[in-house]
Design a protein around this ligand. Structure first.
Ligand code: ASP
Length: 420
């Protein structure tokens, strides 16, 4: 998906989605809204099925190609450890920020679904830490993939990817080339499906507005507020602190040097489409070596998604709360951990974050709840601007990782000045 700033506005997906949304709301509220909803509602449902269809192969290809791309050898192993350490800490902090904002804002409370008299679901959270491990470690990978047990799929793919890095060059490149090609195909397929987003959003909007009027928008606005505040805190406070304390570089200079990739990330909603610009900028303006940046950034683009982690956490808890479920401490812990895994599993293409939210819903026992599907559909229709913002945070965190790992590898001159 190439970024082309010369495209007229009406060819840009986010504007098409806005138009579809306005049309959907307008028609849903009009006197003939119910009839239209009856006739086109299935379009939204079909679109959601397409999204669910791609989860398993997309996550498998995304994780294995991300982890296995690390290469092999002792220096690589050392850098791999440092990079993964940064990614885990930054994504965990992001998910915790999402959790904090959720608890402050409580975006799902009073969602119209709770007025319909539907019974709140019981969340199925593991009873103990060992139980949680049993939901993550599969005894049958194929079985887990066909049942859609995504935590198990993610676990297998991470360890498989790590095992691939230990192979001699011959078999290793065979596997990475194959999985890399599979990943490209899956990204192309996902991008194609996402091109249908305006049609899907129209169908989903008409149905939603026909069923609940504009009531859900109050809660959706709170969800947007929670998510954007979480993204802002991560971007403006957490990542600068990591940069300062771990890399001893000026967060201001780093942000200024990173202007261009941030803008491209914002416009494309895709970390993968932004990667060439991120690589060039981190090498030429931030001043990280080719060795470190070409190791950390491609892996980060697929594996490290802090903005997505914030969204998964706020979003999944929003849905559970909207259904009237009782959200205890154990559920919150499970959501944070699975949000972390889901952000690793999300591919670097538009709306991938919303595709993998089913992973967390599945982990807390509401993956197949029909009301939850409707709420995901509502979130989908307003997701584009949020996706733009979280992609910028994803790309920014990757660039911070490159600066931090560069410093840990003894590199000097990182973000020494603002380069125009
Ligand atoms: N669009 C995001 C990215 O490419 C992933 C997401 O949807 O959260 O980084």
């Amino acid at each position: 998906m190439e970024y082309n700033p010369d495209n007229p506005w009406y060819k840009r997906l986010h504007w098409q989605v806005v138009i579809a949304m306005i049309l959907g709301i307008g028609i849903g509220l009009s006197p003939g809204g119910a009839a239209v909803a009856d006739n086109v509602g299935w379009v939204g449902g079909l679109f959601m099925r397409l999204l669910r269809m791609i989860i398993v192969p997309l996550v498998i290809a995304s994780i294995i190609s991300g982890v296995a791309s690390a290469g092999s050898g002792r220096t690589v192993g050392r850098m791999f450890g440092k990079t993964l350490g940064y990614y885990l800490v930054s994504s965990l902090l992001a998910a915790l920020t999402g959790l904090l904002l959720f608890n402050i804002i409580n975006p799902g409370r009073g969602y119209p679904v709770t007025d319909t008299g539907a019974e709140p679901p019981d969340l199925a959270t593991p009873e103990s830490f060992v139980d949680l491990l049993y939901t993550i470690v599969p005894d049958n990978f194929i079985g887990a993939a066909s049942a859609g047990d995504m935590l198990m799929v993610i676990f297998f793919c991470i360890v498989f990817g790590a095992a691939v890095t230990t192979l001699p060059e011959g078999p290793r490149t065979k596997i990475t080339d194959l999985v890399g090609a599979l990943f490209q195909a899956m990204m192309a397929l996902t991008t194609g499906i996402i091109r249908l987003l305006p049609i899907g959003v129209f169908g989903l909007m008409v149905t939603m507005v026909d069923e609940t009027g504009l009531l859900a928008f109050g809660n959706l606005a709170k969800y947007v507020a929670g998510l954007t505040s979480g993204l802002a805190i991560h971007f403006l406070i957490t990542l600068p602190l990591l940069l300062y304390f771990w890399a001893r570089v000026s967060p201001w200079k780093h942000a200024m040097n990173m202007r261009e990739p941030l803008l491209v990330a914002f416009s494309t909603s895709s970390s993968a489409a932004t990667l060439p610009v991120t690589l060039k900028t981190v090498q030429e303006k931030v001043g990280v070596s080719d060795r470190v940046s070409s190791f950390t950034l491609p892996m980060g683009a697929t594996v490290n998604m802090d903005g997505t982690a914030v969204m998964e956490c706020v979003g999944a808890l929003f849905i559970a709360q909207a259904l009237g479920a009782d959200i205890g401490f154990a559920t919150q812990v499970v959501v944070v951990l699975t949000a972390l895994l889901a952000s690793i599993g999300a591919a670097a293409v538009p709306s991938a974050g919303l595709v993998v939210i089913f992973i967390i819903l599945g982990a807390i026992g509401i993956g197949d709840n029909p009301e939850a599907m409707l709420i995901v559909a509502a979130m989908l229709s307003i997701d584009r601007p949020l996706d733009m913002a979280r992609t910028a945070v994803n790309v920014y965190s990757d660039s911070c990782a490159a600066a931090v790992v560069g410093r840990w590898e003894g590199e000097e001159g990182i973000d020494a000045e603002i380069r125009g």
